[in-house]
Design a protein around this ligand. Structure first.
Ligand code: ZN
Length: 175
């Protein structure tokens, strides 16, 4: 689950730093019937403000009133939703840096040392994470230990456990 907003990966035009953070603020500009809205981000190195396009010359009647309210209120939840929206990310050519912005919640317990367990992993946001890392942390194992269990066929999943995942998956662990 996210613990804070991810950083925004984009090159600052002022200092060429690669990272910005969301300011938590929006700028809305209504001109007659057309509306523009931006999410404001700040360079983590020099503080320069940049605008990420949320709405571009939209007819104001086509925008849900609820969205307008949230923009005007600088709704922090809306910032989180928009950063996770692939359309917004593509349009603004940004990616997200989730390092230190999430945590694994195991409900406070490791699984038992012996026996067979089925585990479901649920993502509260689409955060790309190595499943081996999650399983190691959640089961109190080393990553090498997890790799060994996979190689021995004692840890099986329909999901691909190499590389990164950002969506729910299950696995079975036999010990
Ligand atoms: Zn900068």
């Amino acid at each position: 689950m996210p613990t804070c907003l991810p950083l925004v990966l984009r090159r600052c035009h002022a200092c060429a730093s690669e990272r910005s953070r969301a300011s938590g603020k929006f700028r809305v500009n209504a001109n007659h019937k057309l509306i523009d809205a931006w999410l404001l981000v700040l360079c983590t190195a020099c503080g320069e403000t940049a605008k990420l396009t949320v709405l571009e010359r939209m007819n104001v009647r086509c925008v849900r009133p609820e969205l307008l309210d949230r923009l005007h209120d600088n709704d922090l939840g809306l910032t989180a939703e928009l950063l996770q929206d692939p359309v917004v990310r593509r349009r603004n050519r940004i990616a997200l840096d989730w390092d230190n912005a999430w945590r694994l919640d195991t409900g406070g317990s490791h699984p038992p040392d012996r026996g067979v367990i089925d585990v479901s992993v649920r993502f509260a946001a689409r955060i790309p994470v190595r499943p081996v890392r999650l399983i190691a942390e959640g089961c109190g194992l080393s990553r090498a230990g997890v790799e060994r269990l996979i190689a021995e066929g004692k840890l099986v999943s329909a999901a691909r456990l190499s590389g990164k995942l950002s969506g729910d998956f299950t696995f079975m662990l036999k010990r």
